[in-house]
Design a protein around this ligand. Structure first.
Ligand code: FAD
Ligand code: FES
Length: 300
């Protein structure tokens, strides 16, 4: 992964600053609510669908609107070869549709949720390093908090395809309504375990309580990949470190450009010499080794 990027003037679209990723205007082909404040968006975007790797993301803006001015990042959830497919078929090269799952949060996602099929978005991607190596372990555990599962489905699918005998999703949210489309993981051969703070689905408690429940009495997973709110990722990083389990995290820092120019997205990351420096999560991440992240102090 290059630490910097050069301007690419595409033959079509607008020049942009990410290895071959150009700004494109693409249509919405499907859009529906799937959970509490949670929407599933399908775009006809062949250039991204054919090339995105697990854990990469895209920047999205509503075409023709200046408010909000800045694009927002969303993880590439899954890619498909037909506009109404439920499961992906064939390899990435034959795909042209891409799904995003998002939680209505602020200005952009509130406006996006009102758009119908046919409306257009200005988009660029795929961006970021993603999970550049699918961990070669027998048992991979995916740990998601809130809407963090979106960064993990393609990784779980890739790990199954590469021979992991077991992939488990541990997913925690406020309540059952936020656990939308968990069947995507089940259909991909991923075991799903849920936790909710109000007890409306799965274990009552946090996703770390769920990890304790599932693994403290049995064999430890080979690797953990995690995405969600930072305090939750920090807690998972502590849980894995205490047990000597490798852990990668996908950071969800706010971003403005997504291509390495603005430094909005920096996070403190340790270097091999023992120091640390700010790294741009849009081009050097968003996926990092959990042990390299200098976490904000949190509850012990
Ligand atoms: C690589 C990456 C992938 C992401 N993938 C998804 C996804 O698949 N689905 C999804 O729903 N969301 C995802 N997000 C988060 C999403 O980009 C933000 O929630 C986005 O800001 C929503 O835009 P908005 O205009 O609706 O809310 P905003 O108006 O941007 O945000 C409202 C409030 O949240 C704060 N905020 C903004 N961004 C973040 C953030 N990243 N973390 C914490 N606080 C923030 C703002 O400071 C503001 O106070 C991802 C973020 C990153 C970096
Ligand atoms: S979002 Fe602009 S440098 Fe990362």
């Amino acid at each position: 992964m290059p630490s910097d990027r050069s301007a690419v003037a595409g033959e079509e679209g607008v020049a942009c600053y990410a290895d071959g990723a150009r700004v494109e205007r693409v249509p919405i082909v499907a859009h529906r609510q799937v959970g509490t404040g949670t929407f599933r968006l399908r775009l006809d975007w062949p250039a991204l669908a054919a090339t995105a790797r697990p854990g990469q993301f895209a920047m999205l803006r509503i075409a023709g609107r200046l408010d909000p001015l800045l694009a927002r990042p969303l993880a590439v959830y899954e890619t498909y070869d037909s506009p109404d497919a439920v499961d992906p078929r064939g390899d990435g090269a034959g795909r042209r549709y891409v799904d995003f799952l998002y939680l209505v949060h602020g200005k952009f996602t509130s406006a996006l949720a009102t758009l119908a099929p046919g409306a257009e978005l200005d988009v660029w991607g795929p961006l970021g390093n993603g999970f550049s190596r699918v961990p070669a372990v027998g048992h991979l555990v995916l740990v998601a908090g809130g809407i963090g599962q979106t960064a993990l489905l393609a990784l779980g699918r890739a790990a199954r395809a590469r021979g992991a005998s077991r992939v488990t999703l541990c997913w925690g949210a406020r309540s059952a309504g936020f656990l939308a489309d968990a069947d995507d993981f089940r259909r991909a051969g991923i075991e799903v375990h849920l936790a909710t703070l109000d007890g409306s689905a799965g274990l009552r408690g946090t996703v770390v309580d769920l990890l304790d429940r599932l693994f403290d009495a049995g064999p430890a997973p080979g690797h953990v990949a995690c995405c969600g709110p930072e305090p939750m990722m920090h807690a998972v990083a502590r849980w894995t470190a205490a047990r000597g389990i490798g852990c990668t995290v996908s950071l969800e820092t706010p971003m403005a450009c997504g291509v390495g120019i603005c430094f909005t997205c920096v996070a403190p990351i340790r270097d091999p010499a023992g120091g640390w420096d700010y790294r741009r999560t849009c081009v050097e991440g968003p996926v990092f080794d959990a042990a390299a992240v200098v976490w904000e102090p949190g509850p012990a």
